[in-house]
Each structure stands twice: as structure tokens, then as C-alpha cells.
Design a binder for this molecule. Structure first.
Ligand code: COA
Length: 713
């Protein structure tokens, strides 16, 4: 994705006009000026204030008209009612970027003024960050055009945040944890610039090694889905998204004026894009620190070194939870640690130097782990004992931690006041040390996930397009045209069947009979048993209307069912227009799966797969992905659901036809991806048989979008 023009005027502006700059230190317009001064901004600050005079030693301009230099960025800190004329003035003056700190727009329902700002900005080719933001800090310049902390430690972590207050407090927290920042950008209402635009810049920003995003709601998720996989291939992207709980989602929605997307979908798509999603701010901060400090692990094998058996077991549990693979080859472990671990200790991973182990044993074991090429990462645990104090443990860190380290290493010390004090002190010095074993291992887990994401083969995203090229386009378009002409959005069963067949999906054989003779003939040609279903644009819930008959085994039963279905349908809705009765092959039972594709409000086209029946209804055991996707990614959806072992074959059952599931899934995805008219497709169930025996789309539901083509004949 390329940006319309350089974001350099946002991240390293040469001139910044502060419209609403003030000498009153209590005002935001004062803080922005003094923050830029305190941060050593090397460019020109141009305070704009109708009173003129001097503001914090700088000559103030009474209006923009008086400024005789070109302006890269204008920061607006004036009340909302003055913003629109100021934007117009900025446009006339040739300002490149607008930073609108002012609140009072879409977040309180005032969408009209926000749209007007963007209309004017676009007229002049200006980009807009905000409104409703706390500003931007960028170390490239450096520029601190925020009303956040004046002092920002420089480093390589960039923060993009939708919440201003959280952004300001994260800056404070990062400072405490000795995490340096390359950028902090508040996106506010995202009227123009959004996370995806900023990522596009930051992914190639040489000052940034790790990106942290706080997201409340997604507006144009398809832009994110495009840039995120590219970004996560180059640097770790950590996301904290609020709105996991229903109540949280409501709070987030009212906070920003944008709806949080459904959490499971967000979660799945972030995984697909290689993003590390943090549960809490603390996790996110811990991961930022660790990932900016540590190199990526070169291989999967980790060791735990501990002086306490219990804490070692806890760490092993945490390793399982966070997918950190422990080295368990006893020969290798013995070779690595035989000179370092005391005789009474254990070589088995966790390496236990026991409570009797002192600094020497610690240092020797950690150094042995660092030196051994079979060991890719090290988790060092320490319990305070009578023999080893907090200070002594701190000494082991000094003797074993290289800056930068050659392989990932984390520390976790546990004990009383002494331990707490040294841990806090070392954290402030940038040491990756954590009081809780799970926190330490979760950092290591993040490093592994990040390394795996980078190594993941991207896959061929053009596969859906090529598949759609093989479809019978004429038939698909004719069906869509027919449905539009009939002013409907839903497809009748026989239309959905026709469309699905044209897309290569395997559907049960069926015929729409217009009279009883046709119904009998159809049943005889399809073969017994058959099912019969009412076909009517006015009857969507066929079973509720008594419009379905199953397991019909002879002509007599077809005749009876025909009469009964017509009678029931008339009774259900006497005005219903009845197209006919569908006679279809009764499919053999198999494993019921469900698949679907739809246009998500946040992310655009998405695909879903799960096992049918209770697995989807009760257990909600389904997998989601954004489109387009590679065949491998679709295969991973099938593997990912918890009930997947039922497809591989359990308890003597034969393996199911997984290739047929994959084929149907890709076809459903390709249909939605190619035909913009289609808003929703669901196959429930797709009946899957044993390997080699295929799968059949038994029940299909296809909906068109509202579209503007309703009147086309
Ligand atoms: N051009 C230049 N200066 C102007 C101006 C204009 N068109 N209109 C007003 N000003 C000056 C004022 O005279 C004042 O200067 P002074 O202190 O010398 O008198 C200064 O701009 C600020 O105006 P004021 O009316 O005092 O506003 P304020 O400072 O109380 O509030 C905002 C302005 C932008 C801070 C406020 O409207 C706001 O939106 N606050 C919320 C910000 C926020 O929380 N953002 C989101 C964070 S996540």
C-alpha cells in the first residue's frame, strides 16, 4: 500500500504552526508549545494567537496570513466552533498536515462538522490526524506536539493509540520501564489518517523496531488486513484491543463513536496477519520491552534454569501455555550443563541448581546455556533462599546479561522485599526481569510467535481469483440479475443451487416441479428416497410452514407429500406466490460441517468454517479468516477448530474427505470475493463423507447486498 504522499511532514515537520498557542500555562495551547521546546524541536514553531505578542519567548502571529514561510504541520488547539474556518485558512496557506487536538466532533455525534473538515482538507490536499487527539511525538525530528509528558525517552518502540488518556499514561509507564519511544501517535476519531496509514509509514521507519497499537474500533479493516501482514514480516506488531466483553464493547463504542468489531473475528484476523494480541496493557508493555531488547530466537529449543523445583514446574506449565518448546534431549542437556550444575542438581529441563546453588552455579549454568548452539533461548528463575539474597540474584544478572544479548534471555525472581527492590531497580535499567513466572514466559512466547510469524510462508493470495475465473460466470450473473429484477435480496433454493453449481460446488441433484406429474417424474429420475421442499419467495422458513417432506420412498408418498406441502403453504400464507416444489435427492448422512462467507462491517469479506450441529450452535467452535487467503491459510482454518480431530477420524472412524471441505471452502470464499453483489453465503450443512467420497452442500443460503441495482430488469 502506498500513501498518497509523504508522511514526513507529520513525523519530521520542518515548521509547526500552533493555532491557539497560549501563554497561559494551564491551557493545552501552552503545553504543546512548551513540550516542543522542552523536547528540543529543531524546526520553527509558529505560535498563532489573535493577541500576537510573544508566547514562551517566541514571536506570535496574529493570524496565519502573517506567516511568510511554508508550513508543514498545523496543530489546532482552538475550540471546536473555530476549527472549520481555521482549516480553510490552513488550506489556503498550503499547510501539508493538520493535527486537530480539539474535541467536539463525531465522538459526541457531531459528524457533520467532522465531514466538513475532511471535505475542506481534501480540497487542498491536506491530510488530517484527528480530531480529538492528544497529538504526536516523533523521535525522528524530534517533535513533541502533544499535551502529554514533556520528557519522552528516545528508543525504538512506536505507539499508535485510539485513546488519548491511555496513550499519555502509556508514555509514563514506558518511561518507568526504561522503554524508549520512536513515536507516539494519537488517532482519535480517525476522520482521515488511521492506523493502517500510520503502519505504512512506521513499517519502513528506521527508528522503529516494535509497534504497539491500542484499538477500540476498526473503521476500514480491509486496509489493515492489507498492511498488517507486510508490517509483521518486518517488525513485531502488538495490539491491545478493548471491547472483548459485551460491556467493554459498548463502552468502547460510546467512547469513540465507532463500533468495536466482533471480538472472535478480530482475534482470528489479527492471528492471520501475524499480530501479537495482548490481553492487558501490562502484557503489551512487557512484550514491547522484551521484543525491542532481544534478538529473535534462532530455533525452538528453550531451557529453564532454576534454584527451585516448584517454580521450575510453574515455568514449564507456562511454557506449554505460551507455546515455548523446552529442550528435552538428555544427552545434549548433560553435555551443556555437566560442568555447571552441582552434583546434587538436575540436568533435566528445568535445569535445577537447587536451593543450595549460589551465584557461581547460576552464572556457570546460564553461561553454559548461552554458549550451547543447541539452546535457542534461556529462562532464568530465582527464588530467594537463605543462601541467595535479592542482591546476589541481581549479581547473576549483571554477570550473565549481555546488552544486546545474543539469544533471548528472561529473568524472573520471586521473594520478599529484597527481591522486589532489586527487580524494580533492574526493570528501570531496562533488564527483562519479571516478578511473575508467567509474565516472563509470556514474553518468551511472544518472541517465538513473532519469529514463527516472520518465517511463515505468505502463500499465494491470487488463488481465489484464479478459482473464480473457472466459474460459469454467465449463469452466476444471470441468477443475480433475475433476483435483482424480482426486487429480492435472498435467493430461492433452486437459484442458490444453480449459482452454487456454477461455482463448482457439489449439490444434491434436484428439480423444481411445477405440477404433480413433474414431481413424480423427477423423483423417479433422481432415485429413491427423495425430499420435497416448497419454493416460494414468500416462505423463507420452510419447516415452520410445513413446507418440507423427507424420506419419500415411492410414488404414493410423493403424491401425498405434494398435496400436503401445498395445503400447508396455503394455510401458512394464503397470498404466498408458489413457484413450485423442489424434489431433491435425499443425501446420505455424514459429518455435518458449516461454512460461510460474508461482508463484515469492520473487515470486509470474511470466511467462516466449523463443524455443524451442536459444535456450532452450543460450542461456537468456528474459525474465521479475512479474504483473500491462500489455500494453506484455508487449510489452517480446518485444523484450527477444536473438533478437528473428528475430521481426522477418531475411535476407529475413517478420515473424512478434508480435501473436499477445503475445495468447497475456497469456492465459497472465491464466490464472495469475486461477486460484489453477494453479501452472505452459508452452507449448513456441508455433508462430508469418508476420504475420497466427497462432500455435498445440502442446504444453501445466499443473500445479495442491498445494492442499487434493484430496479434493473
Ligand atoms: N486562531 C488562533 N488562536 C485562537 C483562535 C483562532 N482562530 N481562536 C481562539 N484562539 C486562542 C484563544 O484566544 C486562546 O488564547 P489565550 O489563552 O491567549 O486567550 C487559545 O486560542 C485557546 O482558546 P480557548 O478558548 O482558551 O480554548 P481552551 O484552551 O480552553 O480549549 C481546546 C481549546 C482545543 C483545548 C478545547 O476546545 C478542547 O477541545 N479540549 C479537549 C481536548 C482533548 O481532550 N482532546 C482529545 C485528547 S485525547
Amino acid at each position: 500500500m502506498t500513501l498518497p504522499y509523504s508522511f514526513d511532514s507529520l513525523f519530521s515537520p520542518k515548521t509547526v504552526a500552533v493555532i491557539g498557542a497560549s501563554s497561559d500555562p494551564r491551557k493545552i495551547g501552552a503545553k504543546v508549545v512548551t513540550n516542543m521546546q522542552a523536547g528540543g524541536y529543531p524546526g520553527r514553531i509558529l505560535p498563532i494567537n489573535p493577541k500576537g505578542g510573544e508566547i514562551f519567548g517566541l514571536p506570535a502571529y496574529k493570524s496565519l496570513d502573517e506567516v511568510d514561510v511554508s508550513i508543514d504541520m498545523a496543530c489546532l488547539v482552538i475550540p471546536a466552533k473555530f476549527v472549520i474556518p481555521a482549516v480553510e485558512q490552513c488550506g489556503q496557506k498550503g499547510v501539508k498536515f493538520l493535527l486537530i487536538i480539539t474535541s467536539g466532533f463525531s465522538e459526541i455525534g457531531n459528524l457533520k462538522d467532522e465531514q466538513e473538515i475532511i471535505r475542506i482538507a481534501q480540497k487542498y490536499g491536506m491530510r488530517v490526524l484527528g480530531p480529538n487527539i492528544f497529538g504526536i511525538y516523533s523521535s525522528a525530528s524530534p517533535v513533541n506536539a502533544t499535551f502529554g509528558p514533556a520528557e519522552v525517552p528516545r528508543g525504538d518502540v512506536a505507539i499508535i493509540t485510539q485513546s488519548g488518556a491511555l496513550g499519555v499514561s502509556m508514555m509514563g509507564k514506558m518511561k518507568m520501564e526504561a522503554i524508549g519511544l520512536s513515536a507516539v501517535v494519537s488517532v482519535g476519531n480517525k476522520a482521515d489518517v488511521d492506523e493502517a496509514d500510520l503502519l505504512t509509514y512506521l513499517v519502513d521507519d528506521p527508528n522503529t523496531a516494535v509497534i504497539l497499537m491500542y484499538i477500540e474500533g476498526i473503521k476500514q479493516g480491509n486496509k489493515l488486513v492489507e498492511i498488517l501482514p507486510q508490517a509483521t514480516r518486518k517488525k513485531p506488531v502488538i495490539v491491545i484491543k478493548s471491547g472483548r466483553s459485551k460491556r467493554g464493547a459498548m463502552a468502547a463504542a460510546s467512547h469513540t463513536g465507532s463500533l468495536a468489531g466482533a471480538d472472535e473475528i478480530f482475534d482470528a484476523i489479527m492471528k492471520q496477519c501475524g499480530v501479537l494480541r495482548a490481553e492487558s496493557i501490562q502484557d503489551a508493555v512487557d512484550w514491547c520491552k522484551f521484543l525491542s531488547f532481544s534478538p529473535a530466537p534462532k530455533g525452538e529449543k528453550a531451557v529453564i534454569i532454576t534454584n527451585g523445583g516448584g517454580i521450575g514446574v510453574l515455568a514449564s506449565d507456562a511454557c506449554e501455555k505460551y507455546n515455548v518448546d523446552l529442550l528435552d534431549d538428555l544427552g545434549t542437556l548433560k553435555d551443556a550443563f555437566s560442568g555447571a550444575v552441582p552434583e546434587f542438581g538436575s540436568y533435566k529441563n528445568p535445569i535445577d541448581i537447587t536451593g543450595q546453588g549460589g551465584i557461581k552455579e547460576y552464572v556457570d549454568s546460564v553461561n553454559a546455556a548461552k554458549a550451547d548452539p543447541a539452546i535457542d533461548s534461556v529462562i532464568v528463575l530465582g527464588c530467594e533462599t537463605a543462601l541467595i539474597s535479592g542482591k546476589a540474584l541481581a549479581g547473576t544478572v549483571e554477570k550473565t546479561l549481555d546488552r544486546p544479548p545474543e539469544k533471548p534471555i528472561v529473568y524472573s525472581f520471586f521473594g520478599g522485599q529484597g527481591i522486589e527492590e532489586v527487580t524494580t531497580e533492574m526493570r528501570g535499567q531496562g533488564v527483562p526481569i519479571y516478578g511473575d513466572v508467567y509474565a516472563a514466559v509470556s514474553c518468551m512466547g511472544a518472541a517465538y510467535r513473532n519469529a514463527r510469524n516472520r518465517a511463515k510462508v505468505q502463500g499465494d493470495l491470487g488463488v481465489l481469483d484464479r478459482l473464480a475465473d473457472s466459474f460459469d460466470t454467465r449463469t452466476i450473473e444471470a441468477v443475480i440479475k433475475q433476483v435483482r429484477a424480482d426486487h429480492r435480496q435472498f435467493l430461492l433454493a433452486h437459484e442458490a443451487t444453480l449459482l452454487a453449481k456454477a461455482a463448482g460446488l457439489v449439490v444434491p441433484e434436484s428439480v423444481v416441479a411445477r405440477n404433480l406429474d413433474q414431481a413424480v417424474a423427477a423423483a423417479e429420475s433422481i432415485g429413491w428416497p427423495v425430499v420435497m421442499k416448497i419454493v416460494s419467495r414468500d416462505i423463507l422458513h420452510k419447516s415452520d410452514a410445513g413446507g418440507i417432506a423427507l424420506d419419500l420412498r415411492n410414488v404414493g408418498e410423493v403424491v401425498d407429500a405434494y398435496e400436503a406441502i401445498l395445503h400447508n403453504a396455503k394455510r401458512h400464507d394464503s397470498k404466498a406466490v408458489i413457484t413450485g416444489i423442489e424434489v431433491a435427492e435425499q443425501v446420505k448422512s455424514g459429518t455435518e460441517t458449516i461454512m460461510g462467507a460474508r461482508r463484515d462491517g469492520s473487515f470486509g469479506p470474511i470466511l467462516m468454517f466449523g463443524l455443524g450441529g451442536i459444535y456450532v450452535e452450543v460450542l461456537k467452535d468456528v474459525a474465521f479468516r479475512a479474504l483473500p487467503l491462500s489455500e494453506n491459510e484455508a487449510r489452517s482454518m480446518i485444523r484450527e477448530i477444536k473438533s478437528a480431530p473428528l475430521l481426522w477420524g477418531v475411535r476407529g472412524e475413517k478420515r473424512k474427505d478434508i480435501d473436499s471441505i477445503l475445495d468447497s471452502l475456497m469456492r465459497v470464499g472465491a464466490l464472495l470475493y469475486r461477486y460484489e453483489d453477494i453479501a452472505d453465503i452459508e452452507i449448513n450443512p456441508l455433508m462430508v463423507y469418508e476420504q475420497g467420497a466427497g462432500a455435498k452442500a445440502v442446504d444453501l443460503r445466499i443473500l445479495l447486498g442491498a445494492g442499487d441495482k434493484g430496479d434493473q430488469g
